[in-house]
Design a protein around this ligand. Sequence first.
Ligand code: SF4
Ligand code: FE2
Length: 624
Amino acid sequence: KKDFSKLTTTKDGQLLLEKAAHDQVETVWERFEAQQPHCGFCEMGLSCRICAMGPCRIDPFGEGPSRGACGADADIIVARNLGRMVAAGAAAHSDHGRDLVEVLAKVAQGKAPGYKIGSPEKLRTLAGVYGLEIEGKSDTELAADLAHAMEEEYGTRQERLTMVNRAPDPRLELWEKLGVMPRGVDRETSEMMHRTHMGVDNDWVRLCLHGVRNALSDGWGGSLIATEVSDILFGVPKPTKSQVNLGVLKEDQVNIIVHGHNPVVSETITLAASDPDLLALAEQKGAKGINLVGLCCTGNELLMRHGIPMAGNHLMSELTLVTGAVEMMIVDYQCIMPSLGSVATCYHTKMISTSDKAGFPQMEHREFHPEIALDLARELVKEAVENYELRNPDKVYLPVEPVEMYGGFSVEAILEALGGTPTPLIEAIKAGKIRGAVGVVGCNNPKIKHDLGHVELTKRLIENDILVLDTGCAAVANAKAGLKLPEAAELAGPGLKEICQALGIPPVLHVGSCVDNSRILVLAGALADALGVDISALPLAGAAPEWYSEKAVSIGVYFVASGVYTVLGVMPPITGSMNVVGLLTKGLDDVIGATFDVEPDPDKAALLIRAHIEKKRKELGLDA
Ligand code: SF4
Ligand code: FE2
């Protein structure tokens, strides 16, 4: 019998892996195992298939070829491959942002029933950021103007993004000086694809610097637009209670899971799931209600704004279906394993894809557009309710109780908890009660025992009076471990515990989805402005203990480019070039005031982060 506790730290994960084995469902862990050993060239970033003279590979031991057919050496190949990872990640976040801007524009035109301006205040704040004429304008007029201004951010009409002006002045001056100021959201990604074409940019340093610019077009561009427009349409998150793990699925209710990233689809499903007619239909079918739950980041979006419960993170997505209790899973895009459709065939679960740009095997495609979204959402919820009758009770397995948690800590909510200004937080940092703050972010990856990296690192940090802000799959992992309850303050060091208890907040604050890492940037910028320093001077750090996706590469690069030291738990494919490794882990410090480190052991990663925070405190003269 297999020991599943080697694969995941979570009880629900272990028990459902056992059931998956029993039901003969193949999971990501088995497919991952079947890929071993990984190709050493690819692991080091030394294989290239950019053109048809290749594929080529460089021998890291110097016995075989040291150049590809075109003449590219290890540095060029590694830098090009890394650059394309950043481009793909930035494209994903930014295209998600664009979809929201499109909905905002349609709301302004009255062509998006089912959507509205959820936060007129935020609409006005953003209109201010863009310098729009606000006086005497209605919400819809302003929404039209703002959508138009944001559409321009994507193109080539300007020399720099307007949204980046929210970064502290010293950062802006530095980016300008280095020539990495992002000009257009799409432009930087497109230019990265151009530069990495055979025979264009063969200067690995410049390629890496363009990677910085490309990632900044995501963090302070596309992702920030995604976050802000989501707030405008669906409301600014406030602290809210919820529940997490597979126990949120209900044996006696119609269970619907939304999975993916963009709240555009999941918000309308939320509306439809509380439709009285559909609830009545559910009762007719013998169910006690309609239970909507989230997975991954679209789940984080709903949790942040409405307290909708969260079934799990990335590595739990197949296992949610293995419960046999899911009537329908509705997906949009990003991080949706193409295996899910085939897992669902073992149960009664209906699988629905909704985005014109995301297709999946063995799913039914029902395309969402703002004009028809609410009607389609109702149709789908109705079909899910009808599917309840087909559930086989013998196959249902829900062996755990959900864990309570709090989410919803937008920057606005954090400031409100502090009484309206960052001053109390700054005072607590100055007094050393809080040593610093760390963003623990990113995905799951079967290379790291599921959730171990996130939870152990977070525990070590809070024990040492470091406040943790988390997003994405990291946030779900920490919530499952019970760290998002005010009582978790007991696990914190004495200073952080005192502050959390005084404010009634957990020591680990759920800041949102992966695009909401932009909230961490905005908060870091506000702290830097309040202290009159650059972000790189602050006792802050980032960590992506279990990252897997290209989006996470872009996030890591924009954190570092914003002046935040960042520790990765999984090595990116760059070790084939010690020049690139040296630049990212050391050289960037002189240029941008922050670097990367790589440390899979969460205890050791915590030591690296603590040393960095103490160094920054000393430099700021905080403990003199
Ligand atoms: Fe080979 Fe150069 Fe073509 Fe890459 S770009 S596949 S290294 S010839
Ligand atoms: Fe995500």
